[in-house]
Design a protein around this ligand. Structure first.
Ligand SMILES: Nc1ncnc2c1ncn2[C@@H]1O[C@H](COP(=O)(O)OP(=O)(O)OP(=O)(O)O)[C@@H](O)[C@H]1O
Length: 540
């Protein structure tokens, strides 16, 4: 017959715990399971686990200040029941004993020496008990603390406070549970690392697949204008530094191309450049897109997912159209830029990341700051090195090279012979103002190649509203069913002459370009020129 303060041991429960520990692959779940199962025994008042981690943290334990802050014991799991206070929550991980410096008090001593501590009657042996009045109040009699040892290395400490005396057999079991727990922790950590790496690889792969597709459209930066050369000189200067860069310029000027060039020439070139088009993310998904999420964080979050910051770790993050980031997310972006830290949506764990930011915008961010749409502190963080790409209309001397370049790309793609660029067609291209910049030029050339079956290239120009109409109407199908009135040939010629003069007057005597007379008449500028010559039309 056992005395009152000695309990029966439940071997089956301990065996089940050993098995369950071996099967658990998530560290947090594993730790929770160990303390929960231990605290389920009626005589166990409190079960706790501390693990050795980086010690550079706010330490609430005044008596146990770390000497060098390099590492200390962190309380990572706790379960138990108070006898006196029904509302006390003993699963909390904060409070005075949430940290112990190595060597400090009993928990620190166990971790520093790798030896167990057993107290079998707290009344008689109170040396290790920090708060004897607490032990008395809670009727705590025993304490068993075991180091979590794996291959001779101490990972942390497992401990129980009991309301019965500890038996020798139970201490043997505690040792066994601690050994299995240490191995299970190492295994679960390894599984977590594998999962994280696999997830990161998958994500990197999917982003890189996007990249490869986009990169096909990107080649070298073409152009010789003074404005472009000055940009390239700055790219050369800033690329090898780790400075954040903001690229300013109208849409289609080549900002993304410049961003890629900076990454290509940087020390991060072997790591990914991950692009985020801030204008194309729906508002609710911003945070998850940037920082990732954990399973169940919101409806549709079916599994853990890393964000673009994580995918770009060690590399460059290109934030295209950065001015579109909602103001409420800007503070989170600022934090990751300042401290390199963030959390996935729905996760408490703080993660570290090392990325260089290249941002681009066609907006006037200073105006947006004034309107409260953009944070000034974020603007200063991003715009350490501003780079401005000029609109194409201010560097028309780049047009011939760019046009040749795009024709060359089309030729490579289609492997066919293309119409050559004549002086006249170049002049026509240079006569236009290109509100859509280089992207518009590229599109106009692609379209021209499609509609011009042979030489020379025939361009389609946008209407007054800037819209392109690619459906060509021919004289045949524009006729009506009304009876045709015959007009004498001399009259026809006069009418044609008057029509051309009217078009020239309307277009201020310009032939080429979107507002040119040729466009109004719907004929090629070269055709119009030869007609003007033939009809001997002169500007008054
Ligand atoms: N100097 C250049 N040489 C060769 N191609 C260029 C040049 N500038 C722009 N392009 C091409 O023009 C297209 C538009 O360029 P890009 O996407 O870099 O412009 P952007 O300024 O980032 O546009 P947006 O602001 O709309 O995102 C791309 O296909 C790009 O390859």
């Amino acid at each position: 017959m056992k005395p009152d303060n000695v309990h029966e041991l439940d071997y089956e429960a301990y065996k089940t715990l050993l098995l369950e520990m071996a099967q658990e692959h998530v560290v947090a779940t594993l730790l929770g399971m160990i303390v929960r199962q231990l605290a389920r025994r009626p005589h166990v008042a409190l079960a706790r686990i501390w693990l050795i981690k980086e010690g550079d943290c706010p330490c609430p334990n005044k008596e146990a200040t770390c000497e060098d802050n390099a590492k200390c014991l962190h309380l990572v799991a706790s379960r138990g029941r108070s006898l006196v206070d029904k509302d006390a929550d003993w699963s909390r991980l904060d409070g005075a004993f949430s940290r112990f410096a190595l060597g400090s008090r009993k928990v620190g001593w166990i971790a520093a020496t790798g030896k167990a501590v057993e107290v079998n009657d707290t009344e008689k042996d109170s040396k290790w008990i920090a708060r004897p009045e607490w032990a008395r109040r809670e009727k705590i009699l025993g304490f068993g603390g075991q180091p979590l040892l794996y291959k001779g290395e101490v990972l942390g400490v497992l401990s129980i406070f009991t309301r019965d005396l500890l038996q020798h057999e139970e201490l043997v079991w505690m040792r066994m549970i601690a050994d299995h727990a240490a191995t299970a922790i190492v295994n679960a950590r390894a599984f977590e690392t594998i999962n994280r790496l696999q997830e990161q690889l998958e994500l990197e792969c999917s982003y890189l697949r996007e990249e490869v597709q986009e990169a096909r459209a990107f080649g070298d930066i073409v152009g010789q204008s003074e404005a472009l050369r000055s940009v390239l000189k700055q790219v050369e200067l800033v690329a090898p530094t780790d400075t954040n860069v903001i690229i300013l310029g109208e849409s289609g000027t080549g900002k993304e191309l410049v961003a890629r060039e900076i990454h290509k020439r940087s020390l991060r070139q072997d790591r990914p450049l991950i692009k985020v088009n801030c204008a194309s993310i729906s508002r609710e998904l911003y945070e998850s897109e940037f920082f990732g999420h954990v399973k169940g964080a919101f409806s549709g979050a079916l599994k853990d997912r890393a964000g673009r910051f994580e995918a770009a770790d060690g590399g460059t993050l290109f934030l295209d159209e950065v001015g579109e980031i909602p103001i409420d997310l800007q503070s989170k972006l600022l934090r990751v830029l300042q401290e390199g830290e963030y959390e996935r949506v729905g996760d408490e764990k703080t993660r570290k990341v090392d990325v260089r930011i290249i941002a681009a915008t066609n907006r006037n961010l200073k105006k947006d700051i004034g309107k409260g749409l953009f944070r000034q502190d974020l603007y200063y963080r991003l715009s350490v090195f501003p780079l401005e790409v000029a609109p194409l209309r201010y560097r028309k001397e780049d047009i011939p090279l760019l046009a040749e370049h795009f024709l060359g790309l089309i030729q490579k793609r289609g492997n066919r012979k293309l119409p050559r660029l004549t002086k006249t067609s170049l002049k026509e291209l240079q006569g236009y103002d290109w509100p859509g910049n280089v992207r518009e030029l590229q599109n106009v050339i692609e379209r021209a190649v499609i509609i011009s079956q042979g030489d020379p290239l025939r361009f389609i120009w946008p209407d007054e509203k800037g819209a392109y109409d690619t459906t060509e109407t021919s004289a045949e199908d524009s006729g009506s069913d009304d009876e045709w009135t015959v007009v004498p040939d001399s009259e026809m010629k006069q009418r044609e002459r008057r029509n051309i003069i009217a078009a020239l007057e309307k277009s201020d005597w310009t032939i080429y370009g979107a507002r040119g007379a040729a466009r109004l008449l719907g004929i090629k500028p070269t055709t119009l020129s030869s007609r003007i010559k033939k009809m001997n039309i002169r500007k008054p």
